[in-house]
Design a protein around this ligand. Structure first.
Ligand SMILES: Cc1cc2nc3c(=O)[nH]c(=O)nc-3n(C[C@H](O)[C@H](O)[C@H](O)COP(=O)(O)O)c2cc1C
Length: 172
């Protein structure tokens, strides 16, 4: 992987995000990844940030709460079935890395892991978080994404991008 400046990232994120990425949180003793396809990238408080949304019902959620940092790995083509598995099954009762063969790579600098065979890895540091609130939805139709009984409104994490790694093949 080659380290790149975030300002050199010129990929169309509107194409990348819906395609699924792996959000990884936790330390070397307890780590977990889950598939996400909702997120933003942009600028706030003069920082380059990534915004992700995690429901409290995910096993990854408690690791996101414990960890100051997380990574986002956008996988190369050919990992669709592994991404589907990581988005369907929970790390609460299984080791999803063993089940899929995906390999977490521990990063000694940031104390978090990313996924081998990613084309882009964003290392992130949380700077703001809060839950989405049902009363704040202007388009009330969007509440259909949530179960009234479970009330698992996403927690929003705004995170500073501390480092971007790009696979040699995609470095341009
Ligand atoms: C395509 C796709 C996108 C997903 N995006 C999100 C997301 O943005 N936020 C979220 O909380 N869950 C999302 N999920 C669901 C989690 O990936 C799924 O519940 C997963 O099993 C949670 O794993 P965990 O319990 O090991 O954390 C998505 C699932 C799929 C298949």
């Amino acid at each position: 992987m080659i380290r790149k400046e975030i300002k050199e990232f010129n990929t169309n994120i509107f194409k990348e995000f819906p395609k699924m990425a792996l959000l990884t949180a936790g330390d070397i003793e307890e780590r977990n990844s889950m598939t996400i396809s909702w997120g933003f990238m942009g600028t706030i408080w003069n920082k380059s940030v990534i915004v992700v949304f995690v429901r409290p019902t995910r096993h990854t959620f408690h690791l996101m709460e414990k960890s100051e940092r997380f990574t986002l790995s956008f996988m190369k083509d050919g990992y669709e079935s592994e991404l589907a598995y990581m988005g369907k099954f929970s790390g609460a009762n299984s080791n999803k890395y063993e089940a899929t063969g995906l390999v977490p790579v521990y990063d000694n600098d940031s104390f978090v892991s990313y996924i081998k065979d990613a084309k882009y890895v964003f290392k992130c540091k949380k700077i703001y978080s809060d839950f989405l609130k049902p009363e704040c939805f202007i388009d009330k139709g969007l509440l259909s994404h949530y179960n009234e009984m479970i009330k698992d409104y996403h927690k929003v994490y705004i995170a500073e991008v501390t480092s971007l790694l790009v696979d040699e093949e995609y470095a341009g």
